[in-house]
Write a protein that binds this ligand. Structure first.
Ligand code: ATP
Length: 247
């Protein structure tokens, strides 16, 4: 970011805007992604732009679920590809899991550009959507998946998911882990584990937690105790409390 000094109180937020805009310029982020990012910014503001305790609980559960999964897959859209390409690659390597491109708006070869972007950041395996495998319960372009990727995954990690597909994946019996700053979105409400935090903060913490390599017993017990509804209620309470304090 050329002309904003690091001392600027909104430096990180402005730097993220730059990354998303750059994503659009590179043709990997949809112009609609700018609107989704803006919604995220608003919720991040209400969440004090910090990884709060409830998000840390979800991160621990997500790490456990991903480590215990038989076939975890990481779904990538244009916003996460622009914001956190290196962290996605680190996560894929830690889990030995494929990355799979899955987007709503497929204009101008965007899927291929996202794949190339991930490869440029060191990704080893990037699956693309195919017509050989289709998700049930969904009509949009996002139903096209890879037969060895999302189609057969037992756990799908989908930072910044769209509610329709999250519901479809759940109906197909898959566990879904998402990162979503809005605890009221359909995605947040239907995922198995919702990390209510910004992807740029949550993803590095998730990788750290996976590297801590807790025992299988420890991970199973974390999962047994985890309740997504409780996490979402805590996030909402934080937002309401913050709003009341302000006024
Ligand atoms: P849903 O279909 O689940 O109801 P939506 O229609 O509200 O979702 P989308 O436009 O599909 O939302 O996706 C944007 C979602 O991603 C929003 O919930 C927004 O809060 C969240 N989001 C945007 N940027 C980030 C980010 N950097 N980190 C985490 N979440 C984000």
């Amino acid at each position: 970011m050329s002309d904003v000094p690091k001392s600027h109180p909104r430096y990180i937020s402005l730097a993220l805007r730059d990354k998303i805009v750059e994503g659009v310029e590179l043709g990997i982020t949809s112009i609609h992604g700018l609107i989704a990012h803006g919604r995220g910014e608003a919720y991040d503001y209400l969440l004090s732009e910090q990884t709060l305790t409830f998000a840390k609980t979800s991160i621990r559960a997500a790490a456990a679920m991903l480590c215990l999964a038989e076939h975890p897959v990481i779904s990538v859209n244009g916003n996460v590809a622009a914001l956190v390409p290196d962290d996605l690659v680190v996560l894929a390597n830690l889990l030995n899991a494929p990355l799979e491109v899955n987007i709503f708006h497929t204009e101008s070869g965007r899927e291929e550009k996202i794949k190339q972007h991930l490869l440029n950041h060191g990704a080893e395996q990037v699956f693309m959507p195919t017509t050989e495998a289709e998700l049930f319960y969904i009509d949009s372009n996002r139903k096209y998946v890879h037969p060895d990727g999302i189609f057969t995954a037992d756990v799908v990690f989908v930072p910044l998911e769209d509610g329709d597909r999250c519901q479809a994946l759940r109906k197909m019996g898959k566990n879904v882990i998402t990162i979503d700053l809005n605890p009221m979105s359909r995605t947040a409400q239907t995922a198995s584990i919702t990390i209510v935090d910004n992807v740029i903060r949550a993803l590095p913490l998730l990788c750290e937690e996976i590297q801590r390599t807790p025992t299988n017993h420890e991970m199973q017990s974390v999962l047994n105790q985890y309740q997504n509804d409780t996490i979402l209620s805590e996030a909402l309470r934080h937002i309401r409390r913050g709003a009341n304090d302000e006024w």
